[in-house]
Design a protein around this ligand. Structure first.
Ligand SMILES: Nc1ncnc2c1ncn2[C@@H]1O[C@H](COP(=O)(O)OP(=O)(O)O)[C@@H](O)[C@H]1O
Ligand SMILES: [Mg+2]
Length: 268
């Protein structure tokens, strides 16, 4: 873990969010984290999904069923926990694991004071990281709201399927609503077309053109193609960058990491 005395800078924080399940959020978070770490950045991954797939994908299975205190208690008892006590080490990055207790969390936060600001309050004390990446659950509930308000920057994973048009429309409406209710500005930093499998059919080709036409002028659009080695790396508990097989997606992920590093100052 980094020594906060040595690197007091605030981290850039990014929510990896999209309310559809299975669009690549967790896989993208682990591998963007791996790319940033491969470039020498100190990275903290936060698993905000009660299902804990990121926690499993970095090999922290035991943490998912660990006793309290854990992420659940930290988010429900404001002021009682130091985020440093929640952080676990991994070969590439540090991690705030999810915990099985989190299934009740959104219900409890809904009527709580600062119920959408709990993650922001915990992250206020974090230093010593260049980047914090928050893997969001597949819903637009309180946990995703917490991540968006804590980070104020978002990377949007999306499939090359026409359902993405509606999914992004719903996501942008939620972002607009948080912006007006909380007086914040949440910036879309990148679109990552995820788990995309070539050769493309006509619908997928059309969707790539739609992403480019709709976003290409103001947000970079990256592609992270479907590869069996990505799943094998997940099963081995790390990103493709720590895996002992080559993955031809590393270059694209490193380009995204370089773009984030070049623009880090705007996200802090
Ligand atoms: N680039 C990829 N290559 C291979 N499989 C992938 C890739 N991206 C995602 N997947 C697979 O697709 C499924 C959904 O991905 P996941 O990251 O869990 O999505 P989400 O977090 O949005 O639910 C998982 O089985 C994952 O292994
Ligand atoms: Mg996920």
């Amino acid at each position: 873990m980094p020594d906060s005395q040595e690197t007091p800078d605030k981290p850039a924080k990014l929510a990896i969010a999209q309310q559809k399940g299975g669009v690549g959020k967790t896989t993208d978070t682990i591998n963007i984290g791996g790319a940033l770490a491969a470039r020498g950045h100190d990275v903290l991954l936060w698993d905000a999904d009660p299902q804990g797939y990121l926690t499993m994908g970095v090999g922290l299975d035991d943490e998912y069923t660990a006793e309290q205190p854990n992420q659940y208690t930290a988010l429900t008892d404001p002021g009682e926990h130091d985020i440093r006590d929640l952080i676990r080490s991994h070969e590439e990055v540090d991690v705030v694991p999810a915990n099985i207790d989190m299934f009740n969390l959104e219900q409890e936060l809904v009527s709580a004071m600062r119920g959408r600001r709990r993650m922001d309050d915990l992250l206020a004390d974090v230093s010593g990281y260049d980047f914090v990446l928050v893997d969001c659950p597949p819903s637009l509930g309180l946990l995703t709201d917490n991540a968006l308000l804590a980070c104020e920057d978002i990377i949007i994973p999306a499939e090359a399927e026409d359902t993405s048009i509606r999914a992004l429309d719903i996501l942008f409406k939620q972002i607009d609503s948080l912006e007006s209710n909380f007086g914040v500005e949440i910036d879309e930093r990148a679109i990552l077309i995820s788990n995309i499998d070539y050769p493309l059919d006509n619908e997928q080709q059309g969707m790539l053109e739609w992403f480019d036409d709709s976003f290409g002028d103001y947000i970079p659009v990256y592609e992270f193609r479907s590869r069996a080695v990505v799943k094998r790396a997940y099963n081995a508990g790390h990103s493709v960058f720590a895996h002992d097989e080559d993955c031809d997606q590393e270059d694209e992920l490193l380009q995204l990491a370089d773009y984030l590093a070049d623009n880090r100052g705007e996200m802090v």
